[in-house]
Write a protein that binds this ligand. Structure first.
Ligand code: NAD
Length: 327
């Protein structure tokens, strides 16, 4: 659903999938339905628009709907997909508020369908290698994580810079990778945050659309994270994790790859895989076989990220350290 830039990347990658394939299309642009329909060999009976896609409930060829539209649309579209009885994969961020996220979880639970979130890094081999080493105790007791995620947002007219469609600014879009990283690298969830926002271009980054946010997270073990989220700094794609016995460094850490990194023991060196292909095959295994992935990609994990995002925004506004309470 939503045949834009990222959907194009996902659909291309899915051509190499073993267990997932594009089986239907939802778009508001008739020409795209024709062009994509021909490319991916989708019969007209499996092409829908935003008005009529509820009829997917009667289409046995479709198991799941992947929502890849601007953030503010996810809430209604996921709920409608669930009501059509289909499993749902939703792009990040799950929604533009924790309240919406909870409603989406409830709708999927009520409909008895799975809700997964497009957190592709959670299937990436170098990332999983760091997690494996951490679980094996290679880094000892963890002390610190640093996550720096950002790019320069170009076109001032894009939906990402429109609060009504994006729900926020860099934090919702790219800073969420640093939040994710802090959680899966340290292997625990934060309990407090202290955050500051810096805005150098209030014309481009209007009220409610954050340009750059620096935030610190505190964890129950005493570990801390220092993170940066930006729409106005380039070459920002770097993770660093350190503990009493060793460290891991990844740079690039969340781009489309190849992901590169090393630890105190040497290069991570896991081969590059196309993230979206791996993600979709792994998600097929979650949907069809009830597989449990090493790192969760479920709706609750994504709802918790929204709760952390809201605490970061609260801290920016209050100028104080704010507690984080997760579902
Ligand atoms: P995009 O602008 O390239 O595509 C958005 C699509 O939604 C377009 O086809 C557009 O026509 C459609 N759309 C439907 N209703 C719309 C409306 N009311 N206003 C504007 N567009 C509308 O954006 P994108 O980069 O593909 O991002 C889509 C989603 O995917 C976002 O939630 C984004 O965060 C996510 N995303 C995830 C990754 C990732 O690596 N996981 C990467 C890029 C984007």
């Amino acid at each position: 659903m939503g045949l834009g830039g990222y959907a194009e990347r996902v659909a291309e990658a899915m051509q190499q999938c073993e267990r997932a394939k594009v089986a239907g299309l939802i778009s508001g642009t008739p020409e795209k339905l024709v062009k994509w329909g021909q490319k991916y060999n989708i019969p007209e009976s499996s092409r829908y628009n935003y008005d009529n896609f509820d009829a997917i409930k009667d289409n046995p060829d479709i198991d799941a709907i992947y929502v890849i539209t601007p953030n503010a649309l996810h809430h209604d579209q996921v709920i409608r997909s669930a009501r059509a009885g289909k499993h749902v994969i939703c792009e990040k961020p799950l929604a533009i508020s924790a309240k919406e996220g909870q409603e989406m979880l409830d709708a999927c639970n009520n409909a008895g369908v799975k809700l997964l979130v497009g957190y592709r890094m959670r299937f990436e081999p170098n990332t999983l290698e760091v997690v494996r080493l951490r679980n094996a105790g290679a880094f000892g007791r963890l002390k610190f994580f640093q996550g720096q995620c950002g790019f320069v947002a170009g076109d001032p007219k894009q939906w990402r810079l429109n609060k009504a469609l994006a729900g926020g600014g860099s934090l919702m879009d790219i800073g969420i990778y640093a939040i994710n990283g802090a959680r899966y690298m340290l292997g625990e969830d934060p309990v407090w945050v202290s955050a500051q926002e810096t805005k150098t271009d209030p014309v481009k980054f209007k009220e409610g659309v954050d340009e750059t946010i620096q935030f610190e997270l505190g964890f129950p073990s005493g570990a801390v994270a220092s993170c940066l989220s930006s729409y106005n700094i380039s070459h920002l794609d770097r993770f660093f994790l350190t503990g009493e016995k060793g460290f891991a460094e990844m740079w690039p850490s969340t781009g489309y790859g190849p992901i590169k990194g090393r630890t105190h023991q040497g290069d991570l060196g896991k081969p590059h895989t196309v993230h979206q292909r791996t993600q979709m095959d792994e998600m097929a295994a979650i949907i069809f076989d009830n597989n449990t992935p090493t790192l969760p990609v479920d709706g609750l994990t994504a709802l918790q990220d929204l709760q952390i995002i809201e605490a970061i925004y609260r801290s920016c506004a209050s100028g104080k350290r704010e507690p984080i309470k997760l579902s």
